[in-house]
Design a protein around this ligand. Structure first.
Ligand code: AMP
Length: 308
């Protein structure tokens, strides 16, 4: 099941209690692709402007399973840029600035050779860009989307249109609660499910794990336990969770409740690496052995023996 992602490719400026990084490679699509590529091939569709640094392109090309044939370079445009600051409790952050740049222009085109993608992730970007991308496929793929507070605030009707056309939504608890006016993440997830997605909603709760609310049941997974000293920069944790989740769905070829629950574990493991360094640094240094070792450790931590 070929996997494709669209979303933002950005230039990020990050402030965390542990330090700062300015002008680093980021964006929902970049994090997703870097994580998914640890489990299998991923096709990227996105756009960058004339200010896109050569070094960022090299870093993205360093992920050998990421196909960049769908990356549009627009000489007269500006790359999406975002700045964020984390509070002392790194589960919370504020956006310092968002420069939309290429997101205000025509959405990127899906290359003809990608139109057979049967698993599609619409990473966080303007909902109209997400919808436009989804509608380019002649045969409806298994489609899952993410979103963020900015789009809930400025493009809610378009977001509702999008939700009605996807199989699943992955979003964080704050955003699910903001969208549904509800303070409980499970109830908020159920209310998001009522808004349209065909099968499921995953509500991410940062260091508290994630909940799968599916038409066939509910499942909960804990986060991989990280010590304070290991948490350097949480940026992209949500996108890398989605990358691990969708890459596992794509390679397993299964999309039922049990498969999605299993995929949540892969998402959790990939996200646990991202937070260990600024930007994509940790994912650049990651290899299959490290991913599989941590998956085994996580499985052992979370398994129950019914006979004891
Ligand atoms: P996460 O920490 O998983 O929410 O993802 C953070 C990434 O999302 C950063 O690399 C940003 O460049 C990107 N980002 C921030 N705001 C937006 C937005 N409104 N739409 C799309 N991507 C965004």
């Amino acid at each position: 099941m070929p996997l494709l992602v669209t979303g933002t490719i950005g230039i990020d400026t990050l402030h965390t209690p542990t330090g700062e990084a300015s002008g680093v490679l980021g964006g929902s699509c970049a994090y997703f692709a870097a994580a998914a590529s640890q489990l299998g091939p991923v096709r990227l569709v996105g756009a960058v402007g004339g200010d896109w640094p050569e070094a960022h392109e090299r870093q993205l090309r360093g992920f050998r399973n990421v196909c960049l044939d769908g990356l549009e370079r627009r000489a007269n445009s500006q790359t999406f840029a975002w700045g964020g600051r984390y509070f002392e409790n790194m589960n919370r952050r504020e956006t310092l600035f968002t420069r939309l740049g290429v997101l205000e222009e025509a959405p990127p085109t899906v290359p003809a050779k990608y139109l057979d993608s049967s698993t599609v992730f619409l990473a966080n970007t303007h909902p109209l860009v997400q919808l436009n991308l989804l509608r380019q496929f002649p045969k409806r793929p298994f489609a899952v989307c993410d979103t963020m507070d900015l789009w809930i605030n400025i493009a809610r009707p378009e977001l509702m249109q999008l939700f009605a056309e996807v199989d699943g939504v992955i979003m964080n608890d704050e955003e699910a609660m903001q969208l549904t006016d509800c303070r409980n993440p499970v109830t908020a997830g159920r209310k998001v499910l009522e808004k349209g997605p065909r099968q499921f909603v995953v509500v991410k709760k940062g260091e508290h794990g994630a909940i799968l609310i599916h038409r066939d049941g509910v499942a909960s997974v804990p986060a991989y336990p990280a010590d304070e000293a290991q948490v350097i920069d949480p940026t992209g944790a949500g996108d890398t969770f989605a990358g691990g989740f969708m890459a596992h769905v794509a390679r397993s070829g299964q999309r039922d409740f049990a498969a999605l629950r299993h995929a949540m574990a892969w998402g959790t493991v990939l996200a646990s690496f991202t937070i260990e360094a600024f930007g994509l640094e940790r994912l650049v240094r990651l290899d299959a052995g490290q991913v599989n070792d941590r998956f085994r450790a996580y499985r052992d931590m979370t398994a129950f023996d019914l006979h004891r």
